[in-house]
Design a protein. Structure first.
Length: 354
């Protein structure tokens, strides 16, 4: 029994020493690996900075430039170093990439960054696909749109989002229009994500809306119009007016808000008419939106709506009425009237702004 215990003790001590040695080895491996990576990145940053200082945007005999050859040799067949160079370029920002576009395109060609990213698009990892899409878009690498577009039917929502964002930055109007109109069933993006994609579009945003709105389903129309509202594009007004008659209440609400963002007094009549909509959410949105473009022409309609059966509609109508120039005086007539709901709404609105 004593021998067995001794053997177990020796084995335990041996295992403990082995695990301790393994921990030391892993620590040293990570330390030297991180140090090597940091040094490689610093070397690349220095080489890239030197290249920028000597090339002065001249791309004749590009491959013959010593600094280009040095960078090409340094990143050759090393995926981690290619990633570092990609991140270094992107860190300079959009303005830098735009103003030095031809230089950077040539650099991405000779260092095989372009082919490296295109190959990454076929990876089995959704993360790598998404990252490659994002990097191609950030670098604005020409003639890569068709490779990115192939991923538009991918089932992973993060990949689809990055596909759209990449195509937007690459200025691929045709690809964006197709995905948003023909392939819309696979698009499950939030309003915020669509706004980011449209904001990133490297082209005419008005043209993008003109191409997509007539061909989209009601859901995508609503999302696009919410996004378009921020740009206050007068040329889209006819779409907003047309879709006020849609059966989709969310689309009608989006159009109401977009019309008010145009700050055109000619749109007041359309919003006033929507105060009679069958859906209370639409009536509430109309009453609230008239704060932006309403005039004395809205007084009578708002006074009537202050007696609506829905509390939010009454509240919005009353608040808008007293906030409009001359509206408070007009609202005083309602207080002495017979409509109990309207009187309560007006009194409450006056107390809130007092």
């Amino acid at each position: 029994m004593d021998k067995t215990a001794s053997y177990l003790l020796i084995i335990s001590a041996g295992l403990l020493m082995f695990y301790f040695a393994l921990i030391i080895y892993v620590w040293f491996f990570r330390y030297f690996s991180d140090s090597t990576t940091k040094k490689a990145k610093q070397d690349l940053e220095d080489m890239f900075s030197t290249l920028l200082s000597v090339i002065n945007n001249k791309t004749n005999n590009f491959q013959g430039i010593k600094e280009v050859q040095k960078i090409t040799l340094f990143v050759k067949d090393r995926g981690s170093r290619k990633e570092s160079l990609i991140n270094i370029i992107i860190s300079y920002g959009d303005d830098f990439i735009e103003s030095n576009h031809q230089l950077l395109m040539k650099l991405c060609e000779v260092t095989e960054i372009k082919s490296y990213l295109i190959e990454r698009l076929t990876s089995k990892s959704s993360f790598k696909k998404s990252l490659a899409c994002r990097q191609l878009g950030e670098l604005k690498l020409e003639n890569t749109e068709k490779y990115v577009f192939k991923l538009s039917s991918c089932k992973n929502n993060d990949v689809r989002y990055n596909v759209l964002l990449s195509l937007a930055k690459l200025g691929d109007l045709k690809g964006l229009v197709y995905i948003l109109t023909k392939n819309y069933e696979s698009v499950h993006l939030s309003h915020r994500a669509v706004i980011e994609i449209i904001s990133a579009f490297n082209g005419s945003k008005e043209n993008l809306f003109h191409k997509t709105l007539p061909l989209s389903d009601d859901y995508i129309k609503g999302v696009l119009i919410k996004a378009a509202a921020d740009y206050k594009i007068e040329g889209l007004r006819d779409y907003y007016v047309k879709y006020l008659k849609s059966d989709d209440k969310n689309l009608r609400i989006a159009c109401i808000r977009a019309l008010c963002e145009l700050e055109n007094s000619d749109n007041e009549g359309y919003i006033i008419n929507m105060l009679d909509d069958k859906e209370w959410e639409v009536r509430a949105a109309s009453a609230k939106s008239l704060e932006e473009i309403g005039t004395c022409k809205s007084f009578a309609a708002l006074a009537k709506t202050a007696g609506d059966t829905e509390w939010w509609v009454r509240h919005n109508a009353a608040c808008t009425l007293i906030l409009l120039y001359g509206g408070k005086k007009y609202a005083s007539k309602i207080i002495s009237g017979n409509d109990k709901y309207a009187k309560e709404a007006i009194v409450s609105a006056i107390e809130m702004v007092s």
